[in-house]
Design a protein around this ligand. Structure first.
Ligand SMILES: [Zn+2]
Length: 583
């Protein structure tokens, strides 16, 4: 039921007959009313792969569902060895589907795409490899019903957003609470995609556009890749989709009815999200979001067309995309400063065409109160302001290396999973390092994705000689993984390991004192440290409440004494400035 695609350049139509076997999908057989179940998806691909020499499906790691993640590769020259394909300078486009299985558009569009490639209806240019995750959140796809997305116009039944343990996988890319995320990290680094597309369906306001698009925020993506995205990649995508009858708009971040007047801003895709994760590893990342109120068939068709547009551009600019990524990976090895926060530049914006519907209010039949509605009989096109220029905040200077005691194996495991090469100290060693102290932080009172996130983190740094043991981990920062390292290991990063509670144990003091015992110890200690005693007296004079509290004063002395544990609030990732050690 998809219309024929007039491919430009590399993607062109062939008139080969389809294979005798029936490869019509559930989506096609039901005229776009239904999406495939997990069993139907796997059955379809198993049969398709069996009769298609250019296709290979492989099992990856387990997901929380108990089922393994699968990866499908379409390789025109039947070479499925990813190292070999990289040597041949092929560009790899990875499509991830069903991260939110209530949004199955990409699951069905990818089935059609791989089928059309398999049957010869489409031909993939020789410089491309297509990699597809049929369904990432298998757990969620198995949890099927017609209810979980009340604001969505079809299909009849669909999966649920969260996975088997109720995690949202599109917040789990770096903290990796789920087996899904761990299996995905392995898959991502095995494939090392040049372009990564994670398919979704939107929520929010009503408007005419069928397709909206989130891309790695170009300023955050940075350097020559960010410039290339703005100047070449993005204009091609929007122009090509307009040509195909699906004019896109960037993901609509302004959910209210005043979008046309207020404009909207770009989405800052921090590393917890798929595209933010991809950006850490110099991959162009995209989250297409079809509009939830459009009929399912139309959404799948738009997704199919956008996937073809991605393939087309990646093939056309194959050499340049490859070169930009190689250069970015070289540049990041010697990059010294990294931005961990971004804020909108309020003075810079682009003017983009927005095709909306007039919004108005009428009395609600439920509450009698005014309710918002969109009048589809009043479509309009208006130029709106799109604020997608972001300025760096919280710029961090990288150390020559990080040192992590081996006890923090949970963090070490994730670093390894993400391809970070670690060295181990060969002997017990005392090293002069920058020690970061957590001076202040806030924690969310209620859990978000299983965590009471830490934020507004304030730190101070001192240089100290710290004893490390044989086997502790040294991570030099002359690596292509630098961006991932700094984002995850600097405690002020918004999606850092510290933010996601990996180091919360250091926030609690383990040993204290009994007042009556410490009284005499403290008195002796002050007698031997007259400067400290003078400081205590000065604080008493300045702070009447402090002067009246015996406990507060004892605690003040305790924290300045050798009996106070050094581990409390001491961030256990140490910054090595000595370049020689880090080599
Ligand atoms: Zn989604």
């Amino acid at each position: 039921m998809l219309r024929s695609v007039p491919f430009t350049f590399c993607l062109f139509l062939l008139t080969m007959a389809a294979d005798a076997q029936d490869f019509n999908t559930v989506f096609e057989k039901t005229n776009g009313a239904q999406t495939a179940t997990y069993a139907q998806v796997m059955d379809f691909y198993q049969k398709l792969v069996k009769v298609t020499p250019t296709l290979k499906m492989q099992r990856m790691g387990l997901t929380d569902s108990g089922e393994p993640l699968h990866l499908i590769l379409h390789s025109p020259d039947k070479d499925f060895d990813l190292a070999s394909l990289r040597r041949k300078n092929r560009r790899i486009l990875l499509i991830n589907n069903g991260i939110h299985p209530g949004e199955p558009d990409g699951i069905d569009a990818s089935m059609l795409l791989l089928r059309d490639l398999a049957t010869g209806k489409l031909k993939l240019p020789a410089n491309l490899i297509l990699a597809v995750v049929p369904c990432y959140n298998i757990d969620g796809l198995l949890n099927r019903s017609p209810y979980s997305r009340v604001n969505q116009n079809g299909p009849l039944d669909y999966g649920f957003r969260a996975n088997a343990r109720n995690y949202d996988l599109n917040r789990d890319f770096t903290k990796s609470d789920t087996r899904n995320a761990r299996a995905f990290a392995e898959l991502f680094h095995t494939v090392d995609p040049d372009v990564f597309v994670d398919t979704h369906v939107s929520n929010g306001a009503d408007y005419q556009h069928v397709m909206t698009l989130i891309a790695s925020q170009p300023d955050k993506l940075g350097g020559a890749m960010g410039k290339f995205y703005r100047e070449m990649f993005e204009p091609f995508l929007f122009k090509d989709m307009e040509r195909k009858g699906f004019p896109m708009i960037p993901y609509v971040t302004n959910f209210g009815p005043k979008l046309a007047e207020e404009g909207m801003e770009g989405f800052v895709d921090t590393p917890r999200y798929s595209t933010g994760y991809a950006a850490l590893f110099q991959t162009f990342g995209f989250m297409p979001e079809t509009h939830m109120l459009k009929p399912y068939a139309q959404r799948v068709q738009a997704t199919y067309q956008l996937l073809l547009t991605f393939l087309d551009f990646t093939s056309r600019e194959s050499i340049l995309i490859g070169r930009l990524r190689r250069q970015a990976r070289e540049a990041v090895k010697t990059q010294t400063e990294f931005a961990l926060g971004w804020q909108k530049d309020p003075l810079r914006y682009d003017q983009i065409p927005f095709r909306g519907y007039a919004a108005a209010y009428r009395p609600s039949e439920v509450s009698g109160q005014p309710r918002l509605y969109y009048d589809r009989n009043q479509p309009f096109t208006q130029t709106i302001r799109y604020f997608n220029y972001f300025l760096p905040t919280n710029v961090v200077r990288k150390p020559a290396a990080y040192l992590i005691p081996q006890g923090w194996w949970n963090v070490i495991d994730l670093l390894k999973l993400n391809g970070v090469v670690l060295q181990r100290l060969s002997t017990d060693t005392t090293v002069s390092v920058e020690v970061t102290r957590i001076d202040d932080y806030k924690s969310a009172p209620r859990p978000f994705e299983g965590h009471h996130l830490n934020f507004d983190v304030k730190t101070s740094v001192t240089t100290q000689a710290v004893q490390f043991r044989k086997g502790d981990y040294l991570i030099p920062t002359n690596r292509a993984a630098n961006r991932y390292l700094v984002e995850m290991l600097e405690p002020t990063g918004s999606d850092s390991f510290f933010a996601w509670n990996f180091f919360d144990a250091i926030l609690q003091q383990k040993e204290g004192f009994s007042d009556y015992v410490f009284e005499d110890v403290a008195a002796n200690f002050l007698a031997k440290n007259p400067a400290l005693k003078a400081e205590l007296e000065q604080k008493r004079r300045a702070d009447p409440a402090f002067a009246k509290s015996g406990r507060a004063q004892l605690d003040w002395v305790f924290r300045r004494s050798p009996w106070y544990e050094k581990e409390h609030l001491r961030y256990p990732v140490f910054r090595v400035l000595n370049v020689e050690l880090a080599k």
